[in-house]
Design a protein. Structure first.
Lengths: 243, 243
């Protein structure tokens, strides 16, 4: 059977998602945990990679297995074989040709900003703490320039290896919730650091350093140097993947 | 001047609140952080102690100091002298006779239960994960027996040293919020482990092991053995203190 699982992790103490031979990564732990559960070596496909320090509330993986473990019990048994900062929160059977990465239609990311003059110890590594004034409407307007298909070269982290830098953003919502500001992104795929660089640029606009139009100017320049700083990884969550 | 500060901490990696000579406690870190900030030794009074693993979103402390640091900047400067799992989120001047413990009128605690069949890695050490069915209305009814002034001996942790076990609970609210269940307690003071034992007992009632009346029976027995298990410390938050 082809099994799809939904995964949550706290990215703080991982060297990112992707497998590395000598480092503690989410993929290393998951692959070990799954194989120790089903007692066989199997290839595991993941929906996407996340950078070091980025969290997930909805990462996905699929693998083929003839395990006799009840599908409703499977998350619990895998969790028993995982460290406390990563867990499986769902499992179901999918068609044989389902692939966690290639079958993904949309990915949803949330960037969490905590607006406060003083840091909050319970949000350490869980949000980007931003103490300065922000004009939310200005940031919303600036985001409109990014919607649709564009060359996002300006918003790509250095040293990224990709064939092309054309991507498409379906929507960006900026949601105020008490002291929190959520930047919700939906798109098929994103370049390395793309969301974090967009947020870093938007915050410079919101704080009054640039006008709304700055976002379009940055986009048009197709040069990383034109954009703002990369917002810290601890504010970013892979929320969900739509199949 | 007499200065009152509001404090947040993640209790996970502390041996509780109270000062211990050779252990990492919240009081040890705060006292050091404050004294290193104001560059003088001063007696610091805290609103209350919390057990090992318990968190705070609203702990308070006061101390006398002639520091010239601007009161609006003081939290930031103290935070610079604190580790990342404890922080100051507010400061103000109070009357000379104000005392963080003795001036407290009410304390508000929240116990957070996460209801899910599978554990969630992002809630590790932040909530009590409870996978079984719960009858919320039954738990609400059972809590009514606890309101007002009573001898809460049945709900006191063993080895606690107190003159008397009479306390008064002003209110208990059980709030459903998506997968979360909050038990909100308000009272002047609570016995050691009291809230965690009440929650442990309520969950046994909610899960159908006992009737609503069981809570009254436990209360009347004035014996710790009559009550349910002590719910884990990681679900408990000192939310605020009312002065």
């Amino acid at each position: 059977m082809n099994i799809l699982i939904k995964i949550v992790y706290d990215g703080t103490n991982f060297y990112g998602f992707q497998y590395q031979p000598d480092k503690r990564t989410v993929e290393n732990e998951l692959t070990l945990g799954i194989q120790n559960t089903i007692k066989e070596k199997t290839k595991i496909y993941y929906a996407g990679r996340t950078d070091r320090g980025v969290h997930a509330l909805g990462q996905y993986a699929n693998f083929k297995s003839d395990t006799t473990i009840d599908i409703g019990n499977l998350p619990r048994v895998i969790n028993y074989n995982l460290p406390e900062d990563v867990s499986v929160i769902g499992a179901k059977y999918v068609d044989d040709d389902f692939h966690a990465r290639f079958s993904a239609k949309k990915k949803k990311y949330r960037y969490v900003v905590y607006r406060s003059r003083y840091r909050n110890a319970l949000l350490c590594n869980r949000a980007y703490e931003y103490p300065f004034d922000l004009n939310i409407e200005k940031m919303r307007t600036s985001m409109n320039y990014l919607l649709g298909e564009h060359d996002y070269n300006s918003f790509m982290g250095r040293n990224a290896i990709v064939k092309d830098t054309i991507r498409s953003i379906d929507s960006v919502d900026i949601i105020e919730n008490r002291n929190f500001l959520y930047f919700d992104f939906v798109g098929k795929s994103f370049l390395k650091n793309m969301i974090r660089i967009i947020v870093g640029t938007a915050l410079e606009i919101g704080n009054g350093r640039f006008s709304e139009l700055h976002m379009k100017e940055v986009l048009d320049k197709k040069n990383r140097k034109a954009a703002g700083p990369t917002a810290p990884s601890c504010g970013l969550y892979l929320l969900d993947v739509e199949y």
